[in-house]
Write a protein that binds this ligand. Structure first.
Ligand SMILES: Nc1ncnc2c1ncn2[C@@H]1O[C@H](COP(=O)(O)OP(=O)(O)OP(=O)(O)O)[C@@H](O)[C@H]1O
Ligand code: SF4
Ligand SMILES: [Mg+2]
Length: 380
């Protein structure tokens, strides 16, 4: 095992998915894009895992790699992804197709492109049911109505007759969720399922996914760029940066004590409801790295407020903290947030005028007085 760690407590009975050293590279004319660089994790049946990171950190490529949806001759995926005892990365495409819908399903970011605009919603739901479950047209229709009821779509019979463009964004995403749930998968990937929606609808959709996940004892991987979304909605969280896991933890423990400077920066960049309009929002200084030629040492070093010389040469391993720390909470940093060495490095960088440290040190008005998510709030 290399850059990221498997949760120690893997129980073959409860473990649904165990990913080990997964790497995905795209060969393009400019070079090899190393989109996922050695990710390992495990997910138990009925549990929810959040995968968080900025745009380009490799979240979607990771999820699509496990689903075997990165298709093309320029893609290479190595490692293993053992799902219900079988390594899905070594299945043939026809064996994999049997998994899609029935065992693993995915809700995509954009409900507009997920649905065929030329086909009525009802046919899209019933064809999915008929092709996977081999049921009659009448049975498929009955199931479709009950699925739409379940995802709280009013007047389901009428909605089934509609074309996608006749429905709101939130309704379309509910239809996509109904399709994904239709064959009762044991694992659902929800890849930024609410990004295209307004805030109120976002909450409704996330709550709906949470309810379905719990009611069906289905495992779920919730992919998001927004750390606030995983608080209260996931059991465990992976924070990804430049294709690697930089922090991996039970969600409550992560919010109780963020150890990686990148996770801390993501938390600081969350907008908070009590923000006065003039209050500066803390953006993460600098840009995500080039994945064709990632920085040597720690990939976050060019942007990290805690950086020291060592970080530019050596790659920090993903390890747990000392005694007294949660043994399932791992992070990849030489001088983590909350350590005396981290505080020293930060103070030195501020006094040396390092821009990313100075930016964090600036007073930010009422920004810090607004409540941050704690990870404890269970959303219903
Ligand atoms: N088909 C492809 N060919 C080449 N590079 C790709 C391909 N798909 C993804 N990438 C690159 O892989 C990296 C990771 O992309 P990915 O889509 O996984 O990011 P993400 O974390 O899901 O970001 P976002 O939050 O924007 O969805 C990016 O640098 C992206 O440009
Ligand atoms: S302190 Fe060093 S090792 Fe830790 S995140 Fe910053 S650059 Fe990386
Ligand atoms: Mg993505």
């Amino acid at each position: 095992m290399t850059d990221s760690m498997q949760t120690d407590s893997v129980d073959p009975g409860r473990t649904l998915l165990a990913v080990d050293d997964l790497r995905t590279t795209f060969s393009i004319p400019a070079g090899d894009v190393k989109a996922v660089r050695g990710v390992s994790f495990s997910l138990d049946r009925g549990r929810t895992l959040g995968i968080v990171g900025e745009s380009g950190s490799g979240k979607t490529v990771l999820a699509r790699s496990i689903m075997r949806l990165n298709i093309g001759s320029n893609v290479t995926t190595t490692g293993t992804a053992t799902f219900a005892g079988r390594d899905v990365l070594s299945l043939s495409m026809s064996e994999m197709q049997e998994q899609w819908g029935m065992e693993m399903a995915m809700v995509f970011q954009d409900p507009v492109t997920s649905l065929n605009p030329l086909v009525r919603v009802g046919r899209q739901v019933t064809e999915h049911l008929r092709s996977h479950l081999g049921v009659s047209r009448a049975e498929a229709h009955k199931t479709a109505v009950s699925l739409l009821n379940e995802v709280r779509i009013p007047e389901p019979e009428a909605r089934l007759k509609a074309f996608p463009h006749e429905l709101s964004g939130g309704m379309r995403q509910r239809i996509c969720i109904a399709i994904a749930l239709a064959c009762e998968p044991t694992l659902l990937f929800a890849d930024e399922p609410t990004t295209a929606l307004d805030v109120t609808v976002q909450h409704q959709i996330l709550n709906l996914l949470g309810r379905e996940q719990r009611d069906r004892d289905m495992a779920m991987v919730l992919v998001t760029h927004d750390l606030g979304v995983v608080a209260g909605r996931t059991d465990d969280t992976l924070v990804m940066y430049a294709g690697k896991v930089v922090e991996q933890s039970p969600t409550t423990s992560l919010f109780a004590s963020m150890r990686h400077p990148y996770s801390e920066a993501l938390l600081r960049s969350l907008p908070r409801t009590s923000h006065a309009s003039h209050t500066r929002l803390a953006a993460i200084t600098g840009r995500p790295p080039d994945l064709i030629d990632p920085p040597s040492g720690c990939a976050f070093s060019p942007r990290c407020p805690y950086v020291q010389d060592r970080c530019r040469d050596e790659v920090p391993p993903l390890t747990t903290g000392g005694s007294g720390d949660d043994p399932d909470h791992a992070f990849a940093c030489f001088t983590p947030v909350g350590s005396p060495e981290g505080a020293e490095a930060f103070a030195r960088n501020v006094s040396d005028g390092l821009p990313q440290a100075v930016a964090v040190d600036l007073p930010t008005g009422d920004q810090m007085s607004a409540p941050l998510p704690t990870g404890n709030e269970r959303i219903v």
